[in-house]
Ligand binder design. Structure first.
Ligand code: APR
Length: 249
């Protein structure tokens, strides 16, 4: 009896957030018109439900991407690495740039943790593997797949905000470097404009050697530029809609 009670309590604890997760997913999704959120939810679930949470390959999310495809938004697409708060603080105030997290799939899953379990139809939010616990983990595979799909539709002038307060602003292991940049193709993307976010105690800027690697790794035919811009200048642009976005930096 004790074992049964423990099993039931454990089962309930692991299940408790299931409906909360699904309702968060659906309510965030419903802010976007033109999508059938129930269909998107079903396509999402099939990627990981009833699977070992460490055995969800990137391709498991292909049907999800097909159910909620990314639309190209030429000249407005914004990529980033280690600048999440600055970038989103800016894009939530001004709509001249769009990040992955401003799209349907990115905004629905931003900040969430989920996974499945072999032999179960449920979605769990506790006990899921962390980002680096295993290679094919449920959450990481999603962000890699979504980032690839978002980069695949990049076009025109593409912007990326990198962090001047770290040693290697363009880090080869980042999603930006390893997944997104290799997908920028010259037939679609004209320029890659890096905005180096400079804070008070910055330790790098556009002259950093890692930026040379970035310049060298982009497809020939895509022009490259980099500009050091202070964080306060970015914030000011966010709070002053009368400044044209193109004139912000
Ligand atoms: N643990 C948990 N989450 C992580 C980890 C980690 N160790 N590393 C990355 N992430 C997730 C987080 O959600 C984090 O906010 O990826 C996000 C971006 O991580 P960064 O290292 O800051 O940047 P990068 O790897 O370059 O990815 C950012 O990918 O999300 C897309 O289009 C987006 O251009 C952007 C890029």
């Amino acid at each position: 009896i004790v074992i049964v009670i423990i099993a039931v309590v454990l089962g309930l604890t692991l299940r408790q957030n299931k409906s909360e997760f699904e309702s968060t997913f659906l309510s965030r999704c419903e802010k976007f018109d033109q999508y059938d959120c129930k269909k998107v939810w079903d396509a999402f679930q099939q990627a990981y439900v009833n699977k070992d949470p460490c055995k969800v390959p990137v391709e498991a999310y292909d049907p999800l991407i097909a159910a909620a495809p990314f639309k190209p938004q030429c000249n407005r697409m914004m990529f980033w690495s280690k600048t999440k708060d600055v970038v989103h603080g800016f894009t939530e105030k001004r709509d001249c740039f769009v990040t992955l997290e401003d799209t349907l799939l990115g905004s629905v899953l931003d900040g969430l943790t989920w996974c499945g379990k072999e032999g179960s139809k449920d979605t769990f939010t506790n006990g899921c593997p962390g980002w680096s616990d295993c290679e094919n983990n449920t959450v990481r595979s999603f962000w890699i797949r979504a980032s690839a799909a978002f980069a695949d539709v990049a076009c025109g002038n593409v912007t990326a905000m990198l962090n001047g307060s770290i040693n290697t602003p363009f880090n080869p292991t980042s999603i930006f470097a390893s997944v997104e940049v290799p997908r920028f193709i010259a037939s679609r993307v004209k320029n890659l404009n890096v905005v180096m976010v400079i804070q008070k105690n910055n330790i790098s800027n556009c002259t950093d050697p890692s930026l040379k690697n970035l310049r060298q790794s982009i497809d020939t035919g895509i022009t490259f530029s980099c500009k050091d811009v202070s964080e306060s200048q970015i914030q000011e642009c966010g709070s002053k809609p009368e400044i044209a976005c193109g004139a912000c930096w």
